[in-house]
Design a protein around this ligand. Structure first.
Ligand code: FAD
Length: 305
């Protein structure tokens, strides 16, 4: 079933999830066991992120280096196939421009169709470590909008396509207006729904939705939430995702820097309050970034879904 059909069908609000494929070496059973805590909440769909290959430089006895391509994680296609087999849930593999030629993209699309997958999350991906700006693969796509056009020209309306959006602006965009105009390009290219980057202040999300609607973006916008659980995340997430963490939350967590249990509770309560407020504002679906940590998300699902 397509995500757009799920979102359009009447019913209670629901939670969807995003999981990151495990590092290679883990077994299928271990992967499925990490998803099992969510099964009883019956999320209608689970997104599976994809990760571009990385370069690794290995030294040789003569002092020179050789460059190797390394894919550290199990592919999104393999993870989707495993989830589909085990659980009654739609899967939404992510597909990125980064590191892929047009032929690579076409091949992935065909694999998704072979598996009966009806949804794709179309994203650009990011530069490699050390690259100053995003460089598409020769013969690949520069923007997510071009990737959507490729999906549409390959399969017209077979796939329901989701895209990413940034309530606090994408870090490369010169301003919010331009970023929203570029988001509109993705919708005009055929995107059916939008999932936002994580945010910790709901007023930022509501304001973003108003600006999108004013710009003529009329597809569903799903808020993305992530419960913080460690002080380390306060130090890392703003840089990794170009997001802001409200001062009240930072202050609260800073009181418990070395107390993991207390940090976990503070992050959980903040995210629970966000979730409750979104539902009170009539949001139909809340998307949770699990990032390999099922316990705190499962606690929130238990409370609200
Ligand atoms: P685009 O929509 O292509 O936008 C990138 C930048 O270019 C923006 O600044 C935009 O304003 C600008 N732009 C867009 N179109 C044009 C145009 N025509 N002309 C000029 N400028 C333009 N990354 C992964 O590697 N794997 C994942 O699985 C993954 N999942 C994600 C899921 C979600 C929900 C989100 C929000 C992000 C995810 N990302 C993932 C991260 C994403 O790939 C990066 O944030 C990336 O930098 C931008 O991707 P995008 O699809 O939003 O790009």
């Amino acid at each position: 079933m397509k995500v757009s059909e799920i979102l359009a069908s009447p019913g209670k609000p629901f939670a969807s999830l995003e999981i990151v494929p495990p590092l290679k070496g883990i077994t299928k059973d271990e992967l499925l066991d990490s998803i099992r805590p969510f099964a009883r909440f019956k999320p209608p769909f689970i997104n599976v992120t994809c990760h571009r290959d990385e370069y690794e430089y290995r030294s040789r006895p003569d002092g020179s280096f050789t460059r190797h391509i390394v894919s550290r994680r199990v592919s999104e296609t393999a993870v989707c196939a495993a989830i589909q087999q085990e659980f009654d849930v739609e899967v939404v593999p992510h597909l990125i421009c980064a590191g892929n030629t047009a032929e690579d993209v076409e091949s992935r699309i065909k694999d998704f169709k072979f598996l009966g997958i009806e949804n794709i999350m179309a994203l650009r991906g990011d530069s490699l470590l050390g690259e100053k700006r995003f460089c598409p693969q020769p013969g690949g796509y520069r923007y997510a909008s071009e990737l959507i056009e490729a999906i549409r020209s390959s399969e017209v309306r077979y796939f329901c396509v989701g895209v990413g959006a940034y309530p606090e602006k994408h870090f490369e965009a010169p301003n919010m207006e331009t970023d929203i105009a570029n988001l509109k390009r993705k919708v005009d290219a055929g995107a059916d729904f939008i999932i936002t980057q994580m945010f910790f202040d709901n007023s930022v999300f509501y304001d973003f939705c108003d600006r999108c609607r004013a710009a003529g973006i009329n597809v569903p916008i799903l808020p993305g939430l992530k419960p913080l659980s460690t002080w380390r995340q306060v130090e890392m997430l703003p840089e990794s995702f170009s997001i802001d963490i409200p001062q009240d939350l930072v202050k609260e967590l800073s009181l418990h820097r070395d107390d993991r249990e207390a940090c976990y509770r503070v992050g959980l309560e903040w995210c629970s309050a966000q979730c409750s407020d979104l539902l009170a504002h009539g949001v139909r679906a809340v998307h949770f970034y699990t990032m390999g940590r099922p316990d705190n998300v499962a606690e929130i699902l238990e409370k609200y879904f």
